[in-house]
Design a protein around this ligand. Structure first.
Ligand code: KIV
Length: 288
């Protein structure tokens, strides 16, 4: 859908920065690796549909995650647990179609890789072949290293995800991870395990800022923080949280850059009142 992405205007036309650089080709994991070497910070947003993804692509967001947060933020589930591989494949394909520059990372949903490396490869292959994603993401540190190894050996780039892993909500809850010496050491072991297994980046979710900073210093792959302080290489937010579309109370780590819920609700009411009051459509909206 190049038409949707045609208007993207990079800020800095003289560099190959991930955000603001002049490049127009699809970003690859190699570009992400080079950004860490340059010490460059970068933004990542979730996306679940072609139209929204095209807006973020035009804005220059270099990496989009088709997260299984689609479960709560797009598909109406309570958690990410019910999301299926078929759903992730359909949503990921839409996001790929809506973008021309961003690296699209497709999330492997709960139950699609926990059985072992072969199941992970079968599932990831669907996201790569049917949806066209450039990389996949899966949750777990040491416990997922065999899956990561096989995917990477098979040519599928992997973004790992440690700290709070929402697919384990039933055993872990939504609590800060890595607090206390033992938990911090486990997080460091998890981070090193996914790096050693070949992951090109790792999401750190809801971990103390000082620990996330230490992981970022120790690793040579980029860290992508969400609720992990300011020192990670990249930051990710769920787009419906960031733009104020999600209802209810937001976690402390979310910064809302707009209030789409108010804007959309207000527009819907204005439309309804026009229809009920007979002021829409008017002559300019009519054909003869
Ligand atoms: O599914 C998702 O959106 C995620 C991000 C919160 C990192 O995993």
């Amino acid at each position: 859908m190049t038409q949707l992405s045609a208007a993207r205007k990079p800020n800095d036309s003289s560099s190959n920065a991930l955000y603001g650089g002049k490049g127009t080709r699809r970003i690859t994991v190699r570009d992400i690796t080079l950004a860490k070497e340059r010490g460059e910070k970068w933004p990542m947003l979730t996306a679940y549909d072609a139209m929204t993804a095209s807006v973020f692509d035009e804005a220059g967001i270099p990496v989009m995650l088709v997260g299984d947060s689609a479960g709560n933020c797009h598909l109406g589930y309570e958690t990410t647990v019910p999301v299926t591989l078929d759903e992730m494949t359909m949503l990921s394909a839409a996001v790929v179609r809506g973008t021309s520059r961003a690296l699209i990372v497709g999330d492997l949903p709960f139950g699609s890789y926990q059985e072992g490396p072969v199941q992970a490869l079968r599932s990831a292959t669907r996201l790569v072949k049917e949806a066209g994603v450039g990389a996949v993401k899966l949750e777990g540190g040491e416990r997922s290293h065999r899956q990561i190894e096989l995917l990477v050996e098979s040519g599928i780039p992997v973004m790992a995800h440690i700290g709070l892993t929402p697919q384990s909500v039933n055993s872990m809850g939504y609590r800060v991870q890595g607090r206390g010496e033992e938990a911090a050491q486990q997080l460091l072991r998890d981070a090193k395990a996914v790096q050693d297994a070949g992951a090109f980046a790792v999401v750190l979710e809801l971990v103390p800022a000082e620990l996330a900073a230490e992981v970022t210093r120790v690793l040579h792959i980029p860290t992508v923080g969400i609720g992990a302080g300011a020192e990670t290489d990249a930051q990710v937010l769920v787009w419906t949280d960031m733009l104020g579309l999600t209802g209810g109370k937001m976690p402390r780590f979310v910064k809302q850059y707009a209030n789409l819920r108010e804007v959309m609700g207000g527009a819907a009411k204005a439309f309804a009142e026009d229809v009920v009051g007979g002021t829409f459509p008017q002559e300019e909206h009519s054909v003869h």
